[in-house]
Every structure is written in C-alpha cells, then in structure tokens.
Design a protein around this ligand. Structure first.
Ligand code: NDP
Length: 291
C-alpha cells in the first residue's frame, strides 16, 4: 500500500480563494473590508517571515492588514496598551500577537487581554472555555486546519479512534477538543505516555504535534491510518515533520507531507476566522457553507 498524500497547500489555496469571494460580498454588504492586525515584537527571523506572509495573504484575500512591528525591548505595559488600542479600533476584526514573545514579556497576560470577539487565534481563555464547552467561539488556526484536512480526507469522523500526540494549548489540546466534537474516541498522548507505539497502533487517526524530527515510526501505525503531521523541525535535511514520512508511506492510508501539509492551513484558517469575526461585528449574517 502507498499512502495518498494530503495536499494541504492546494486545499489552503482553494480555501483562500473561497474566502476572497466572501470578502468581496462582505465589503459590498458592510461598506468596509475585514481587518486583521498582526503584532510582532522583536526580530526573530522565522516569526518575521511568517508575519510578512500573513500580511501578503491578508491583502490578497481583499482584507485590510495592519502590521505593528515593535522592538525587542518593548515593555509589557506598552504591548498591552497597543492591544487595548486594537481592541477599541472599529476597523480591526482580528488581532494576532505573534508568539513566542521575547523573554520578559508575559504571553498569558497578552492573550487574556485580547478581546474575545477579536481573538482570531483562539487563545483567550474565554474562547478556550467555549471550545471545551461546545459553544461558538474562535478555534485556534492550526488545529482547525488539521480537522478540515481530516474531514476532507475521511468525510464523517464519527466513531473513529484518534490519537493526538502532544498536549500544548496551541495545538494538542484544541485538536483533541475538535476531534471530540466530531465524535471521535480521543486519546491524548504526551511525554509521560507509556508505550506510545502501542497507543498509536490502535488509531485510525494520528495527529502528531510534538516537535521531534521523525519520532513516529511507520511500523507504529495501524495499516490504513490517516496521519496529520503538525511538526515543523529544522534539520540538516531541511524542514521535516514528527513522523518518519518515508516509513509511514507504505503503512498509512493518507498522510500530510512536511512542508506542504498542515503548515499552509494555518494562515488560511486565520483569514477564515477574521472573515467570521467581521461578519459578527458588522451584524452581517454569515453563511458557513464550505468555510
Ligand atoms: P510544544 O513544545 O508546546 O508541545 C509539545 C508536546 O509534545 C508536549 O505536550 C510534550 O509533552 C509532547 N512530547 C514531547 N516529547 C514527547 C515524546 N517523546 N513523546 C510523546 N510526547 C512528547 O509544541 P507545540 O504544540 O507548540 O508544537 C508542536 C509541533 O508543531 C512543533 O514542531 C511546532 O513547530 C509545530 N507547529 C506547527 C504549526 C503549523 O503547522 N502552522 C503551528 C504550531 C506548531 P509534555 O506536555 O508532557 O511536555
């Protein structure tokens, strides 16, 4: 068996095209464009590239992009004052503060400060609680992208055994919540899990969000399993995922590559969340449709 490749890059491209179509309709209805504010503190090279790409894709989708690039020695008070201004700015529908923040700045206080109705990254505790309680709210972008790819590949996920490896607030926990919402039987594995290979062996769905190159081996997988590799690891061979891709190809039913799998979904889902926010804030009905 050779696994089919889940082409996240192509899926994200189509999603961004549909979003651009909806943005045009929103502009006609509301008389303004949806606005996304992205805040970058410091000069981390990878974050700077990511923020630049977000800005470009925001504009390409027909939205307004507000970029705030602050020096690494920005104080907590100054950053919070900027978040407060963005919370109050009617042109801003979504606020994203790029993490990690430089040492000395308190990330938890920042994502608690972002107004829940503009928290398109879904990290404010109110939105985290809404997801856990099954209420409407913003869902973190990478987990949302993972579940979109799974539903596109498998259709109904109901009753499937899913193993999520990793329990971070950013990826593992929200992926597990979303899969539970899709009626999967969910196991969350982490660094203290015993006999991880046997846990993975029973899974119809494996979501790997660890940050360790090629840790999950092909022989751990149940034949035919669908594998979503969230890991982004910079190695001498370039960017690789958490799954031993070559080993998994002959066992899995479908698998995301790294790069070109989950990665491109994150920005597309950020634009999607911003579009939803703009509709809610402007009182324009939002037709979920294919988004
Ligand atoms: P974290 O470092 O916050 O979390 C890693 C998780 O992996 C922890 O829960 C940890 O367990 C678990 N873990 C570590 N070692 C093992 C092990 N040996 N066996 C089982 N579990 C283990 O990472 P993130 O969740 O933020 O990110 C995970 C990966 O996803 C990274 O490679 C990151 O770059 C990538 N990523 C990709 C994104 C994208 O595609 N757009 C977006 C965000 C992240 P414990 O809790 O016990 O410590």
């Amino acid at each position: 068996m050779t696994a089919s490749i889940i082409d996240g890059k192509a899926f994200a491209h189509r999603l961004r095209e549909r979003i651009a179509g909806r943005v045009a309709q929103f502009r006609a209805a509301a008389g303004r464009a949806p606005g996304l504010a992205v805040v970058l503190v410091g000069d981390d090279a990878a974050s700077a590239v990511y923020v630049r790409n977000k800005g470009k894709m925001t504009i390409a989708a027909g939205m307004e992009s507000f970029e705030h690039i602050l020096p690494a020695d920005t104080t907590q008070a100054d950053l919070e004052a900027l978040v407060d201004r963005l919370n109050a700015d009617p042109a801003v529908d979504g606020i994203l503060v790029q993490f990690p923040l430089p040492a000395g700045l308190d990330e938890a206080r920042i994502f608690t400060r972002i107004a829940p109705d503009k928290d398109v990254d879904g990290l404010n505790p109110e939105n985290v609680g809404r997801l856990a309680s099954g209420l409407h709210g913003f869902v973190p972008c990478t987990p949302l992208g993972c579940v979109m790819l799974l539903k596109d590949t498998l259709g109904d996920l109901s009753g499937l055994d899913a193993v999520v490896i990793g329990r971070s607030n950013l990826v593992g926990k929200p992926v597990a919540q979303l899969l539970l919402r899709e009626n999967c039987t969910v196991t969350v594995a982490h660094s203290r899990t015993r006999d991880l290979s046997s846990v993975v062996k029973r899974a119809d769905i494996v979501v790997a969000a660890v940050g360790r190159p090629h840790m999950i081996k092909g022989e751990w997988l149940k034949p035919g399993a669908t594998v979503i590799d969230v890991g982004i690891n910079r190695t001498a061979e370039g960017l690789v995922g958490d799954v031993d891709f070559a080993g998994a190809l002959s066992v899995a039913g479908a698998i995301t590559p790294v790069p070109g799998g989950v990665g491109p979904m994150t920005i597309a889902c950020l634009l999607r969340n911003t579009l939803v926010s703009a509709h809610r804030r402007a009182g324009v009905p939002y037709d979920k449709g294919a988004l």
